[in-house]
Design a protein around this ligand. Sequence first.
Ligand SMILES: [Zn+2]
Length: 511
Amino acid sequence: MSPSAPNLILTNAHVLTLDPARPRASAVVISGGRIAWVGERHRLSPATISAARLMDCGGQIVVPGFIDAHCHALAYAASLIAVDCAPPAVSTIGDIIHAVCQRAQRTPNGDWIRATGYSEFDLYEKRHPTRWDLDRAAPNNPVRLNHRSGHACVLNSAALSRVGICPDTDEPPGGTIARDLNTAEPNGLLLEMDAWLEDRIPPLGDAEMHDGASQASERFLMQGVTSVQDATPSNSLERWDALRRLKAQKTFTPTLSVMPAAAHLDEFVANNLRFGDGDEISGLAHAKIMLTRSGGSLFPSENDLSAIIAHAHGHGFPVAIHAVEADTVIAAAKALEANHAPGLRDRIEHASECPPAALDALLNARPVVVSQPRFIHDSGSRYLKEFGADAGWLYRFKTLTDGGIVLAAGSDAPVSRPNPIIAMHAAVARRAGSGEIIGSTERLTPMQALTMHTSAAAYAACMESEAGTIAPGKRADLAILTDDPTGASPETLLNIGVATTIVNGRIAWQA
Ligand SMILES: [Zn+2]
C-alpha cells in the first residue's frame, strides 16, 4: 500500500474486481494514483474515510478500466479529422466525391486532403473508387482516401504523382498497385502499401495531430477505455517520439503501450530502448510483424518470418504477428512454436479465420490471441456473404478460450470505433448489427467477454501486475458502469452506459 494518504474512496459500489482472490467488493480506496485497498465499506476506519474525498457510486458497477489491446492511435486521431467516408456518412461513390469536394473548397490548392473509412462492400457501386473519381472531387489537391480496413487506399492523380507512382513503378514487396485492365495505368488503388507511403506522404501538422489526438483520447475515455496498445506496423522511433510527445503534453490521457515495428526494431535497439522501457504513462511493447498473403504467397516468406521473430527475440522483444487469413494464422503459429523463447509472451493479432488446421496450430503454439469481437457487429453481414457456411470458422472465441488460450480484445481503431460494450455484446450474442448470427457455438459468457477487455488485455501486454484487475498496488484505472455487464442478457448489455472513467486515480471523464 502506498504510504501517501488516500485521496479518493469509491463507496456504495458493486465492484467487479476480476481478481480471483476477491471477486467482489463495495469500496475501493485510491491513493497516489494506485489502488490502496479493496473491500467492504464497513471495514474502513473513520480516520481513512475522513481523510479522503468520498465518491458515492449510487450502487453502480465498478470494473477495471477497459484496455484496448490493439488499436492504431495516430491513425485513429487522423481519421477523426479526415473527411468521413464511412457509412452512414456515405453510401455511394458520388457521396465520397461530394464530401471530398466540399473539403477541397476550404483547402488551399496543393495541400493534402485526407479521407477515410470507405469499404467497397458498403458502397452502392460495390467497387473501390478510382483516382479519376477523386480527380473529379479535388483536381487541385493530392487526395488520399483510406479503406476502412487500413490495408488499402486510393490516391488521386495529383497524389500518385507526388508519391512517384507512374505506369512503370515497381511494386514494393507485399504491396500491390492496382491497374486499369485495358491500359495498365495505375487506377489509384494501392494494397498493403502503408509503410511505403509513410515515407512519401507528409505527416499531419502538429496542430492537426494535437486536435485529432485529443478527440481520440476523449472518445476512448467516454467508452471507459483507460489503456490502449498501439499495434501500428509502421511504428518507427519517430512515431514513438510523436506518441510520447502527445502523452507528455497530456493531449492523450489513456496509458499507451507502443509496439515497435519489427522492420524498425534496430532503431530502437540502437537507442538502447528495450521491451517494457518507458514510464508510467507509455511503454514499449511487442515487436509488430505483418504477415499477409499477396498474390498467393506469404509475405514475408516462412523462412524470413522465422528470422524476423528470432531477431526480435534476440533483442528481448516478444512479437505480435498480424495474421488474418487461415494460411497466415497457421504459418504464424508454426513460426512461433518453432521459435519459442522462454519468458517471452508472443501474440497473434486477429486470428480471424480458424478452420480446424489453424485451430490445431494455435492450440499447439499457444500464443496470446488478440482479436476484434466488434468486427462481428460491424461486418457480420459481409462475412456471411463471403464465407457462407464457413463463417462459423471466424473469430472462434469460445473454442480458443476452452482450449486454454488467453484471448484479449482490441478495437483495431480506426477500423472499428472503440466501444467495449458493443464488442462484448458481439462476443456474447455473435450478432451482426444487421441482425444475422455468426457462429452461434462460439458465444462467450459476459464474464469471458469482460475478461477479454480487462485482465486478459493486460496480460497480452505483460501489464498484469499494473492493470487489468482491481487489486491493491495496481494502477487506479477504473470504469463505472450503469449496470452489471456480467448479469445482463445480451439485449440489456447494449443499454449499459459508462458513467465515469478514472485514469491513474483521477476522474478523466464523466457522463
Ligand atoms: Zn490493426
